[in-house]
Design a protein around this ligand. Structure first.
Ligand SMILES: [Zn+2]
Length: 346
């Protein structure tokens, strides 16, 4: 009996060690392994990505659509893409593979290609009027690694950049419920990728360089875009305009809104583009809400966020699924951004 108990205890002990190590996401596994010797330095490493830049366009990837991206990003495997989670790492891997297949130039941290690493502070989930959101947690020094992704199409002028961006993170899983964030903001990510696919299919070299950026930890207070502005992988003064896309898949067709700080060059380009499409994009007060354009406006860069007028419908609830989306609306948002990019970069 005694021997059996010792044997069982040893077995349970081994299982207790093996299981956490085998189920730990690679990113944290790596961070823990490398972090043992140099905790403050190595924990800043981004997750290892298998998709490497290749500078060649994969023709098949040019026929993907925004809805393909949205279905991939809202799949149960991505677990609602909470910044710092395994689901976010999988979404980052998906986006790196897209940037790679589009043959774009890596514009992230030099060593890691498309990714720019940063860290996020602890947060606590909280419900406000039935919507899930994050508030600051304790131990603000305990930070978790996260990544933005950046890839560019070089223009004739590489010193001037038009940035098209969308945040790819969302809220994750809370109390057993998945928050897929189809509209917020898989729709924006799909829209941004669609614009670049169309530009590449047309094959014209832009006058200015066009950079795609996918921010993480927007839901935690624009942490990813703020980290980029603080330690950008190329000089900020090169950025002529930022077109940020957030939650563009629902509502009345052609009924869009803009957040910015006034009628800057980015806003004027969107006005013209929207009217060419028979759509409206109205500059609207943020009323306590915001998106990643705010990080660039704070740095004096002309920036805006495009969203649907009805963006708040089902926002930050488990009902923000692909069933909420209207492909026609997403297509129109892509058309508006595409036309604005024609004005700003060609
Ligand atoms: Zn959100």
């Amino acid at each position: 009996m005694q021997t059996r108990r010792v044997f069982l205890k040893t077995l349970l002990g081994l299982v207790a060690i093996i299981i956490p190590w085998s189920v730990l996401p690679t990113r944290f596994g790596e961070a823990m392994k490398t972090g043992l010797g140099h905790p403050s330095v190595k924990l800043l490493l981004p997750p290892p990505l298998t998709s490497k830049p290749n500078n060649v366009i994969n023709e098949e990837s040019l026929s993907l659509t925004a809805m393909d991206d949205i279905f991939a990003l809202t799949s149960s495997e991505m677990q609602g893409r909470k910044a710092g989670s395994v689901g976010e790492a999988k979404a980052a891997e998906y986006l790196a593979s897209q940037l790679s297949m589009l043959g774009l130039k890596p514009m992230g941290d030099q060593e890691t290609g498309f990714t720019q690493a940063f860290t996020i502070p602890p947060v606590i989930e909280t419900r406000v009027n039935g919507r899930l959101t994050f508030r600051p947690g304790e131990n603000r020094n305990l930070r978790t690694p996260s990544v933005n992704l950046l890839g560019g199409l070089l223009g004739e002028n590489t010193a001037e950049i038009i940035l098209i961006s969308a945040h790819y993170d969302h809220l994750g899983v809370f109390e057993g419920q998945l928050y897929p964030g189809a509209n917020d903001n898989a729709s924006g990510v799909g829209c941004v990728l669609d614009v670049m696919r169309r530009i590449l299919r047309e094959g014209k070299t832009p006058k200015r360089t066009i950079v795609l950026a996918f921010w993480s930890a927007e839901e935690m207070g624009f942490v990813g875009s703020a980290a980029f502005v603080q330690a950008s992988s190329f000089p900020l003064h090169q950025i002529q305009a930022v077109l940020n896309v957030d939650t563009v898949g629902n509502g009345m067709i052609g009924d869009f809104a803009l957040w910015s700080n006034g009628e800057n060059t980015a806003v004027k380009a969107i006005y013209k583009a929207a009217s060419e499409c028979g759509a409206s994009a109205v500059l609207t007060p943020t009323a306590g809400h915001n998106s990643d354009s705010v990080s660039f406006i704070a740095a004096g860069i002309p920036a805006l966020t495009l969203m649907t007028h009805d963006w708040l419908d089902k926002n930050h609830t488990p009902e923000d699924t692909t069933a909420l989306l209207k492909p026609e609306q997403i297509h129109l948002a892509s058309e508006i951004i595409y036309r604005a990019v024609q004005i700003l970069a060609f």
